[in-house]
Every structure is written in C-alpha cells, then in structure tokens.
Design a protein around this ligand. Sequence first.
Ligand code: PBG
Length: 310
Amino acid sequence: MHCETVLQPADLIWPLFVTDGKGAEEPIPSLPGVSRWSSDGIALRAKAAVEQGIPCIALFPNTQPDRRSENGIEALNPDNLMCRAIRAVRDAVGDDIGILTDVALDPYTSHGQDGLIDDAGYVLNDDTVEVLVGQALNQAAAGADIIAPSDMMDGRIGTIRSALESESHVNVQIMSYAAKYASAFYGPFRDAVGSGGLLKGDKKTYQMDPANGEEALREVAMDIEEGADSVMVKPGLPYLDIVRAVKDRFEVPVFAYQVSGEYAMIEAAVAAGVGDRNALVLETLLSFKRAGCSGILTYYADLAARLLNE
Ligand code: PBG
C-alpha cells in the first residue's frame, strides 16, 4: 500500500570511460558490458542518458601511456582527453546533461598514484593539491558542472573552492569524495583507466581504513566546512552504514558510488547463473536510496533507467 522508497532515473549518475580516436569502442574485460568510448561515442551515450532521464554523467579518461608522466602534468592540458570529451558532450546535448569530472592524478601519472610522490613513493599532500587546483580549473573551463575530487588529499576542497570563485566559475559545484575507503573493490576501474598495471603498492596513506566509521564523519565535516556542495561515500553497498550516518548528521546531499568491483561481482553472479541481473541491479540501487542517498553513481545507470522507464 505504501512504498517508503522510490528509485528513479533522476537518481542516477552514469560513469563513462573515455578513450582516444573516433568511432572507437574498447571493451573492458574486468567490467563485462562496459567499454571505453571515444568522444563521439560518449556524446551518443550522453544523448541516450538525456532520453532516459539520467541527469548526469561522470567522465574518466584512459590516458595513453606516452601522455603519462611522473608529475601527471597532462591533467592541466586544456586539450586533454577529458576536456575534449566534455566539449563533445556539450556540442551534442548542450546543457541538458550534467557533467561530473573526477579530480585526481591517477589517470595521468606513470606510477598510478592519485598525487605527486617523493623518492620513497610517498604521496606529497600539499604539492599535489596545487596540481589538483589546476586540474579542477582546467575541467571547469572546458565546461564541467560538478568537480569531484577523489584524491583524498587534505585541504583540497577549500583550495579548489576558492580557486573556482576567483576564476569566476562560481556556479561549478564540488562533490567531494569525502569518505573514500582504501578498498579491494576498485580493481576493474584501475584496468579501465589504465592505472592498474602501473600502480605499485596501495593508496592506504590517503584513502580511509575500512575499519573506521567515525573518521568518515570527520572527513565529511571537514569537506563541508571547506565548501563541498555534496559528499560521496565510496564504495557503496558495503558502506551503507556510513551513508546513513552521514545522512543523519549533515544537511548536504549524500551520494554513493556503486564501484567497479561491485558491478563485477554482480556480473560474475549472473555469469555463474546464481542471480538475475535486472533484479540484483534494481534491489541494490533501491537499497542506496533507502540508506539515504540523494543519488548513486553506477555503471548500471543506463540499464536501470531503461528498466524503470519500461
Ligand atoms: C581515482 C578513482 C578511483 C575510483 C574513482 N576515482 C580508483 C582509485 O581510487 O584507485 C574507483 C571507481 C570504481 O572502482 O568504480 N582516484
């Protein structure tokens, strides 16, 4: 009789992987059913998203190895893969879709870390923040609507916020990956952006310990204080307790990312004949809403929207 929670296409953000070229599609083996697309293909998918009522896409570039470097400087190139994809989407659908862009250096570094590293391979917080500001401004200038720092450096939200203001990108929002855990669920993503094979070690010095819940709330409080418009919890399903705690404690929209490993797990279950894809997808996405999410980043956005629109 009464349904407390409703899932709608408007709740979904669709992450898309970008590759070079024209008319190019590169299937990603560890994410069966997901491909990298060249900008023209990304634009087509943005069109499809608009038609299905998906309000936002998230772009991730797979940068060619010869454009990666120790300091990830390609992140600042106004003509890099990300910026070209943003412009292609704008040309195709104008402002009918929101474009969210990830701020972190891992698609551009030759070592696969999210920031600049010292000789011992340790990520340097403050030096990294300086580059991230340049990256965020570069994306905003290309037309991004939402800047999503996923790097987990301390102090980057405030610094990016003031840089956006002073460069007159006052309407660009910041969705902070505030509670991002050092997780075993990111493997397929790292294949998708080509950083997996390069990464030595792990990201545990800047991503959070899965054992910590209170720390997540401190990270969220800090990012809101520094000017985040919304916050994200990541991964998704194993961290719905964090989503709920953030939702109860703070008055900003909270988003969650159903990450690549979660997607791959569902696909593995389907391939093994132990689960029904459509049912698993709709149930997991509904659970995010029940936990308090304002929206969900999911590789299933297109499928889910189609099912919901049927
Ligand atoms: C990059 C980034 C990662 C994801 C989103 N942005 C990977 C990482 O931190 O290594 C993961 C998304 C996914 O697994 O789907 N900083």
